[in-house]
Design a binder for this molecule. Structure first.
Ligand code: G6P
Length: 465
């Protein structure tokens, strides 16, 4: 039933703009999230017509749940306190272990996936979690409101919400790649159909690149007879130049810059930077192997280059992520003990998330390594050229969404080809300063063509038209 009042613009995402940490003494500490989604959706408050807005998100942990119970929160943010077991099965068991794996093609298929009774039980939780969002949105939305649902966590929401509120304008945006038909069909037929139909409940679907929009359309044509009635748009989320340029010149970044320079040692050393969540799809281990191969085959780089690698913990509830995190550290140590000297540490690895230090690394990078197996966009590839002090060569995987916009000015690699990646690192390191500056300028222009706020407003306007 449509409420007579309520919000005119609604956003729904698993991770909201704020989350709470519960201290040992019972205090709640609010942390504002970073990242493209948050900065893009912050534009929700900048609607020129001043429409009222609500952001519906999940309580992610104990701190968030306690905040909901105490009625602590930010205006315009509605956190859903979903049963912790249901939430864990939906988020860890389905969204991150099945849907993320399918879209990023991460399964080692001789053993995985196995879709049996355990999967079915988790799927029921995923449905319940999506239903909780649909019901909250239905309750919060003004008549005719626009609702923009985010990502694979909430693929069933558009269809469910349509069933509750025919009056709403419903959009859904995918921040991931979309799997090709043959890979998507690994899912049980009924589940694959339910996912596609759930999304097609929206008036409009958005993707980061043409490639992901096309694979989605191909899946619909093969499995549910097409996309009739649903518009499909491409919105390549860009970097926020204004924010990044200002933020990267603040004193905390300068401090990190000094500390990093000390760790690198020697002003003449070249710096290869990577910054990622420790995420299976980011291909960090092959990146380290490529760097190792560079040192092995081109000893002229010994003592003259340092690989600054930031690999921030992610999804540590999943064993496969914990194992991968350990492997990243192990391989970095192996390279250091193989090549390191008293005066040179070839890999400087940091695993504690620190945005200011990431920006410092962006500033001093000579080369940025972005080599994911598959990635919806990859904002690091877009942020580095904007922040870089003296120009930075970009080694970029052709499987990152960013390749569509940045490929012409990057050294493009097949992410599985460690030899070719080592060669690309070498070519990036020897690139002349003039050429590097030219590429960086063009990369920065392409990377900032669609800033987050505009990205969001474009979708909203298209949805309301
Ligand atoms: C990707 C997804 C986002 C997600 C982010 C971090 O970028 O598209 O929806 O928020 O990863 O993952 P996490 O599981 O920590 O939310």
């Amino acid at each position: 039933m449509a409420s007579t009042q309520g919000a005119q613009i609604l956003v729904a995402s698993n991770r909201g703009p704020v989350s709470y940490e519960l201290g040992a003494d019972g205090t709640l500490d609010a942390r504002r999230g970073g990242g493209g989604l948050v900065s893009g959706l912050s534009a929700i408050g900048q609607d020129p017509d001043g429409a009222s807005a609500v952001w519906v998100c999940a309580a992610l942990g104990d701190g968030d749940r306690e905040a909901v119970r105490r009625g602590v929160g930010e205006p315009g943010v509605r956190m859903l306190d979903i049963d912790p077991d249901v939430y864990a099965d939906a988020y860890n068991g389905i969204a991150n272990s099945v849907l993320w794996f399918v879209h990023h093609m991460l399964y080692q298929t001789p053993l995985e996936p196995v879709f049996g009774p355990e999967f079915r039980a988790r799927w029921a939780s995923y449905e319940a979690y999506n239903r909780a969002f649909a019901e909250a949105l239905a309750a919060e939305a003004a008549p005719g409101a626009a609702v923009v649902v985010q990502d694979y966590h909430l693929a069933l929401v558009p269809g469910m919400l349509r069933g509750l509120r025919v009056d709403l304008r419903i959009g859904h945006f995918s921040h991931t790649p979309w799997a090709p038909v043959d890979y998507f069909r690994m899912l049980p037929d009924d589940i694959a159909g339910q996912l596609l139909r759930g999304m097609l409940g929206a008036d409009r679907l958005g993707f980061l690149t043409r490639r992901w929009a096309d694979t989605f359309t191909a899946c619909c044509e093969a499995l549910v007879g097409g996309t009739a009635g649903t518009a499909i748009g491409v919105h390549g989320l860009g970097a926020d130049a204004e924010f990044l340029r200002e933020r990267s010149r603040r004193p905390d970044v300068e401090e990190r810059l000094t500390a990093l320079r000390e760790q690198i040692g020697g002003p003449d050393r070249k710096v290869i930077v990577r910054v990622d969540r420790t995420e299976l799809s980011k291909n960090i281990v092959r990146g380290l192997r490529a760097y190792e191969l560079l040192l092995e085959t081109r000893p002229e780089w010994h003592e003259r280059v340092v690989h600054v690698a930031f690999a921030y913990p992610s999804r540590q509830d999943l064993a496969v992520y914990r194992d991968y995190t350990a492997e990243v550290s192990r391989v970095a140590e192996e390279i250091n003990s193989r090549f390191g000297t008293a005066t040179w540490t070839p890999v400087v690895l940091h695993v504690k998330d620190d945005f200011a230090r990431s920006l410092a690394a962006y500033r001093l990078a000579d080369v940025a390594l972005v080599n994911p197996i598959r990635d919806g966009m990859n904002l690091v590839a877009k942020e580095v050229p904007v922040v870089s002090d003296e120009g930075c060569a970009l080694v970029l995987s052709r499987e990152a969404g960013a390749y569509e916009e940045l490929g012409d000015d990057a050294l493009v690699v097949n992410p599985y080809d460690v030899s070719a990646t080592a060669d690309a690192l070498h070519a990036a390191l020897v690139m002349g300063a003039g050429e590097r500056a030219e590429h960086t300028k063009r990369l920065a222009a392409a990377a900032t063509a669609l800033p987050p706020a505009q990205w969001f407003l474009d979708q909203l306007n298209a949805l309301r038209d």
